[in-house]
Write a protein of this length. Structure first.
Length: 262
């Protein structure tokens, strides 16, 4: 991974993870919100891409200074259009209904096999996946996380893991695939244009596909704690962790957007 100081890309859209990228201990850092406002003022569009529920993504899209929010690791996305609200999904409705049956089944199985492993506190707001708390309100034993992951995969699903949650994903979406569809839907960007003109910043294993896809991929400094779960690490890393690292990246991108050699 390279130092942020050597990043020279001019970026039109910054996509960012939420947990432990703009937050610390579950709270959004003020410096990160200030950075989002500064990016908007500089003409750089911003897109939240989170493993959090689509219910959270609605709040982010409605209230944060962002142009688009992607939730549940790419399962759906939404944006505010004046007084109206637009919501899209990766899968069509009949597919989502069938996937819900499979999700309910794996939730019951893990409940029987690992009764001490709790669902994520935000589970009630999820529409397309199931998540378990592995690091948000308590630290799950690693053997429980490994066992739950194996059960999810045996059921034919993917099992991405963030710094706080383990997910059961029944479809083919991930943060890269979902973001690419969302960027096309919202901004009319094709996949190759998105790859070249956008940057992604994150911190953990469920960001792996996005790190691999976007030419300008950045990890906040705490990404180093999760490199064992990231086959293609981010190209650049910020000096500081979490929200302060996000703000450092924002300043770097703003510098180049203004044509100033930083």
């Amino acid at each position: 991974m390279e130092s942020l100081e050597v990043l020279r890309a001019r970026v039109e859209v910054l996509l960012f993870d939420v947990d432990d990228t703009v937050t610390t201990d579950g709270r959004v850092e003020p410096v990160a919100i200030e950075a989002l406002e500064a990016l908007r003022a500089a003409g750089i569009r911003t897109v939240a891409v989170t493993g959090r529920p689509l219910g959270w993504a609605e709040v982010i899209a409605w209230t944060w200074p962002v142009d688009l929010a992607v939730g549940e690791n790419g399962a759906g996305w939404m944006w505010r259009h004046g007084r109206h609200f637009v919501t899209r999904y990766f899968e069509d409705e009949p597919t989502r209904v069938a996937q819900r049956v499979a999700l309910d089944a794996i939730a019951r199985e893990i409940g029987r096999e690992l009764p001490a492993l709790p669902h994520a506190g935000d589970q009630a707001l999820r529409r397309c996946d199931v998540a378990w708390d592995v690091g948000e309100t308590w630290h799950a034993p690693e053997e429980d996380v490994v066992r739950a992951s194996a059960l999810i995969r045996a059921a034919g699903m993917r099992a991405p893991r963030s710094s706080v949650h383990l997910h059961a994903v029944p479809g083919h979406w991930d943060k890269a695939r979902g973001a690419v569809r969302a960027l096309a839907d919202r901004f009319g960007l094709g996949p190759e244009e998105a790859r070249r003109s956008c940057a992604f910043v994150g911190d953990s294993g469920n960001d792996a596909e996005a790190f691999a896809f976007f030419d300008t991929s950045v990890g906040v400094a705490n990404v180093r704690e999760h490199l064992s779960r990231i086959p293609t690490p981010p190209r650049y890393v910020t000096p500081s962790p979490r929200g302060r690292g996000f703000a450092e990246l924002a300043q770097r991108l703003i510098t180049h957007a203004r044509g100033i050699d930083g």
